[in-house]
Design a protein. Structure first.
Length: 372
């Protein structure tokens, strides 16, 4: 392996996107020296994010074409990830080349090649290929970790296929990983609290009062809505809960609305793309019998219904949350930010919230002894 030290990486394997992050120090001495352990004092956070979309297919159209009459759109192609004799398309625009595999069950964390392909692609982008030795801090949904025995079992299952040597290729370029250790019993919203309070050296940076003050993290992901309360530096089981009220619900409602009103079937990820377009201020359009049709109203109806459900769930769990510092995070945070802030005006929306969990995991990973 080309690197002489262990790369400590935070991994948020979300249903909507795989996010990876690393606190990186520039080596003070020559990279070829095996005993260099002095680092520049200006660490930086490096992150990578790719959609959790995967399919079986090829980006090569072979001899099929339109003889130069129509110029095709230029867009980002998905990554081709190959390992153990299998090949998958991963990331952006998979739906243009293959039917996406829309696996949303929790078992995906402990079995199946889909998550492996996604992790390989994310780590390849973060590490820029080559050969590396790594240790991983992995965040998981609250619902998956609430039972101690199940949490232990899932971490053991993940270690079973992650720890060890990995050889794979991304877009035809070979890469190697040696994963020395993992820790996976980390609730994803807690990672956001670490991102809020830890410095890049992994040490608490906001003082003892902030550490002990009650905080509530509302994590709106693609598949799950997680709520975690931290009081006195400990997780409060009284106020912590998780449910499948993520942005996936808005995508499902959008797909149902479009099919009922226009007879057009959408995949989950196609519907989510329409949701994201409307939330960004654009129009959601689909082809209906060959004519481009505006379905923005159907999308807005779905998003408003989801926001109402999210607010009801959080209020049922923690009431008005007046005693908490509220941190709003996750890929759906920006989508619902206006509605959530109207309900909780004292809340803080994390900067770049879809990456907050991965950043917090990366900060936790560099704490002395955590991954050793």
């Amino acid at each position: 392996m080309s690197n002489q030290f262990v790369r400590k990486i935070g991994v948020d394997p979300g249903f909507g996107g795989v996010k990876v992050a690393e606190v990186w120090w520039q080596l003070a001495g020559p990279e070829t020296s095996a005993d260099v352990d002095v680092f520049d004092q200006k660490p930086a956070m490096i992150t990578r994010h790719l959609p959790s979309v995967i399919g079986v297919g090829s980006t090569d159209a072979g001899g099929l074409g339109l003889a130069g009459v129509v110029r095709g759109r230029k867009g980002e192609k998905p990554d081709l990830v190959e390992f153990d004799g299998m090949a998958y398309l991963v990331g952006a625009n998979v739906g243009e080349y293959a039917r996406p595999i829309e696996r949303m069950d929790f078992q995906r964390f402990s079995e199946g090649p889909e998550l492996r392909a996604l992790l390989y692609a994310g780590l390849y982008r973060l590490l820029d290929g080559g050969g590396h030795t790594c240790a991983l801090a992995i965040g998981l949904p609250v619902e998956l970790l609430q039972d101690a025995e199940k949490a232990q079992a899932i971490e053991k299952a993940m270690a079973g296929w992650l720890v060890g040597k990995h050889r794979f290729a991304v877009n035809g370029v070979e890469a190697w990983l040696g994963i020395k250790a993992i820790k996976a019993k980390i609730a994803q919203p807690v990672a956001t609290w670490f991102d809020w309070g830890l410095g890049l050296d992994g040490q608490w940076a906001l003082g003892d009062k902030a550490m002990r003050a009650p905080a509530l993290v509302v994590d709106e992901g693609f598949n799950t809505l997680d709520v975690v309360a931290i009081e006195g530096g400990k997780i409060s089981t009284r106020y912590s809960s998780g449910t499948t009220l993520g942005m996936r619900r808005a995508a499902e409602m959008t797909a149902g609305n479009v099919e009922r009103r226009h007879g057009v079937e959408l995949s989950l990820h196609e519907a989510d793309a329409l949701v994201q377009k409307v939330l960004a201020g654009g129009k959601a359009q689909v082809y209906v019998v060959g004519e481009l049709t505006d379905v923005s109203a159907e999308v807005r109806q779905a998003v408003n219904a989801l926001a109402a459900d999210v607010i009801r769930f959080v209020e049922r769990e923690v009431g008005k949350a007046k005693r908490f510092r509220v941190l709003i995070t996750g890929g759906g945070a920006l989508a619902l930010a206006d509605r959530l802030l109207a309900q909780w005006p004292h809340a803080v929306v994390m900067a770049d919230p879809q990456l907050a969990n991965a950043r917090g995991l990366a900060k936790l990973a560099v704490r002395r002894g955590f991954l050793e």
